[in-house]
Design a protein around this ligand. Sequence first.
Ligand code: PMP
Length: 395
Amino acid sequence: MNTMSWIDNELRALEDESLERTLADTGVSRSLPGHLMRGGQTLLDLTSNDYLGLSRHPDIAEAMRGALRAKCGSGAAASRLLTGNRPPYSELEAELAAWQKKEASLVFANGYMANLGTIRALVGRGDAVFSDRLNHASITDGIILSRAGHVRYRHNDVEHLEHLLKKSDKARRRLIVTDSIFSMDGDSAPLHKLVELKHNYGAMLMVDEAHAEGVYGPSGEGLCHAMDVHREADVIMGTFSKAFGVYGAHITGSRTLIRWLVNKARPLVYSTALPPSVAAGIFRALGIVQTAHDRRNHLQEISGRFRQKLAQAGLSVMPGDSPIVPVIAGSSRDSLRLCEALERHGIAAPAIRPPTVPAGSARVRFSLSAAHSDAVLDKAAESIVSAAEEAGILA
Ligand code: PMP
């Protein structure tokens, strides 16, 4: 008896519902920024989180090469709590804390681990976590792992959140957690109101700035700074895999918080430190992000213009002002048909399907980058409208 045959059955069911995910070999175009190579074709890349176009910045690559040349080692070879805590880490963390105007910062291997480890370190049995329904999967998984009560509130619905907070007076500790920019919808969290509720109900507040760092704030600090609530956010999380164009993540807050996480965040304690060359790359990227005003302004301009063009053509564009521009297609099949039509027009953009988003709201998500020019995006908007017509999305 083949005890693994159930997987074939499950995969067949996924395939039948247009829900199977596969890995496609993808390269970058050497000559065209903001483009990728797939199946021998050059496509406009509207898939990536490279918001500032830094993933191919020569100075960042050179900082990484420099660390390798200086023989920092290709790997850290140990957890930071043992002997993996190489020099670039502490310098980077001091700089991150200063940038975020907080006391201390801690670098993690990636955003997934930062969320998982931090939430698990902050809450446990007898506590309650209030989490926006559309929060990232790493937040959800951290809550499940923590064994705290998982209280999901309707997306950005602060009245619903308050109602749930009122009912939770038996919880020992309370944590409100939200993405600042939502990865699948591209809209933003009502941070002022969340701060008010945090104060009124004695809750901790954690904000995931994965899609906002680099993009919002006077020096790219994120939406908390742009909305002037960074002092009230107890825990700020950001990732270096998106606007920074590198890899890794940070948790920033009070000295006490960081001291606690060094002891209790299991992905930090039990996993090898990021390679020192990566930390050196992040350090260089942080300097660039802080002064990348032109890139930020350009990104904001193209995002507004692109949204407007698609909406004017009658596409169902989700509201927001971020560089994440989702267009609702409907069913999973519709979203895949639109992707295929886009590819024929030379555009790569992913179909986002259930369970990542609710059934009936499958969409194609366009993610813009400062690497894209006005002219390229204007042409892309026209091609997207044609592709939508071909796919039967636009009546
Ligand atoms: N939080 C959010 C909101 C994200 O979108 C992501 C990445 N998709 C993460 C956390 C995880 O970050 P990383 O890719 O660095 O693991």
